[in-house]
Write a protein of this length. Structure first.
Length: 406
């Protein structure tokens, strides 16, 4: 029977990615799932994102897709799917009864006393449901781990009470955190507890699809904080998940993509994985050599322009020098150099000339950025002469295409 609630988020995540990012698949194109599964997931998406669901008809089929103009949205609509997790009748019953019994933080009860009050509450029903002590204890422990319930020992007995309410941050803080931070769904959930209001923020670049990767990112950051290994299962891999050392979450300011930076202890190299291409990330055993791996990564970061560690050896570092000229009214060019230099250095030669230099593992990562200074570059020297020739040839080709003199 169809339900809007989700048991496993990975399937609805894949459908939302394909409906939003690709948006050209029809029902017949989903060969890996049954027609019934496709219809169920499509109806869930229509329920969560009805305002953004569109379709186009072809001669053979109807293609469903999601269309969202992220520039006009103050809040990310994809968070809605995270708030539809399924639950059992027992879970929802225990949830409300436990917090009704422990509504006053000053009240402390043992698990036996809580079970007695649960039985008294449910006895008024025609067919009362019963919960054994172990089930209630597990639920209380779960809430204690979440910080909703406090556990205290009184002699040999454990008593439970409701945790004190924590004041929510101001709405403006939650509005910003929700839209720009990893796991912004946390802020979105807290915003639901506040009165409706108008956000004061608008975003020129609003990377809303990152919301779909919140579970992946949370698992990765949890393992990173805990000093544990992680297992990562790839989108296109059918083999067992691989074991890695988590190092850092990196987010591109240019396109919003999120990358998991890890150390591969089998291949002895630093690697990166796009979060939207990961199926799952799970915390594994503790990593005994974590300080050594983190020191290795800190040293490598000095020569990483982006996420590439190609070469990953002091003997394979490439050097680049670029001299840029700008007019008196183009001081923003100099400001850009200082702001965007990353692992490089900027030297002001005179009032209108600056020199950028960097030592990197993969010089080709800089090329798109270097191109933004074309027409202002006076000199450029790259130790990788193949990359230097390719860059200069591209400029020459562009000149030939657009010059009237040729």
């Amino acid at each position: 029977m169809y339900s809007e609630l989700i048991k496993n988020f990975s399937l609805i995540r894949r459908f939302m990615q394909e409906f939003y990012i690709y948006g050209f698949k029809s029902r017949d194109d989903y060969s890996k799932v049954s027609s019934r599964s496709y219809d169920d997931e499509r109806r869930r998406i229509e329920s969560y994102l009805s305002d953004y669901r569109q379709f186009r008809r072809t001669a053979d089929s109807k293609t469903v897709y999601i269309s969202v103009d992220s520039r006009t949205r103050a809040h990310n609509p994809f968070f809605r799917a995270w708030k539809a997790k399924s639950f059992t009748d027992g879970d929802i019953t225990l949830h409300f009864i436990i917090f009704d019994i422990l509504h006053d933080p000053s009240v402390s009860l043992t698990v036996s006393q809580i079970c007695e009050r649960i039985d008294d509450t449910l006895s008024g029903f025609d067919e009362p449901r019963t919960f054994d002590v172990s089930t209630v204890r597990k639920k209380l422990k779960e809430y204690a781990e979440e910080g909703l319930i406090t556990m205290q020992k009184q002699g040999r007995t454990v008593v439970y009470s409701r945790a004190e309410d924590v004041p929510l941050p101001p709405a403006c803080i939650l509005d910003l955190f929700t839209e720009i931070s990893p796991c912004g769904v946390i802020g979105s959930t807290l915003l639901d507890k506040l009165p409706p209001h108008e956000s004061i923020f608008t975003f020129k670049h609003h990377y809303i699809t990152a919301a779909m990767d919140s579970e992946i990112i949370y698992s990765f950051l949890d393992a990173l904080h805990d000093g544990s290994f992680v297992t990562i299962r790839h989108e296109n891999g059918k083999s067992a998940p691989e074991l890695f050392v988590p190092l850092q979450l990196m987010i591109s300011a240019q396109n919003g993509r999120q990358y998991l930076m890890v150390y591969d202890p089998v291949r002895h190299m630093i690697r990166s994985f796009r979060t939207d291409k990961a199926v799952s990330v799970e915390k594994a055993a503790k990593c005994p050599d974590l300080p050594r791996y983190r020191e290795l990564y800190r040293n490598a970061r000095q020569h990483m322009w982006g996420i590439s560690t190609e070469g990953f050896s002091p003997d394979r570092i490439e050097h680049i020098d670029m001299t840029v000229h700008f007019d008196d009214d183009e001081q923003h060019i100099l400001q850009r150099l200082f702001r965007e230099k990353r692992c490089g250095a900027v030297e002001l030669i005179d009032r209108n000339t600056a020199k950028f230099s960097a030592d990197v593992y993969n010089v080709t990562e800089l090329v798109p950025w270097l191109r933004t200074f074309i027409c202002r570059i006076k000199e450029i020297h790259i130790s990788d002469k193949t990359a230097e020739k390719r860059f200069l040839d591209d400029i020459d080709m562009m000149y030939r295409m657009y010059s009237d003199d040729v």
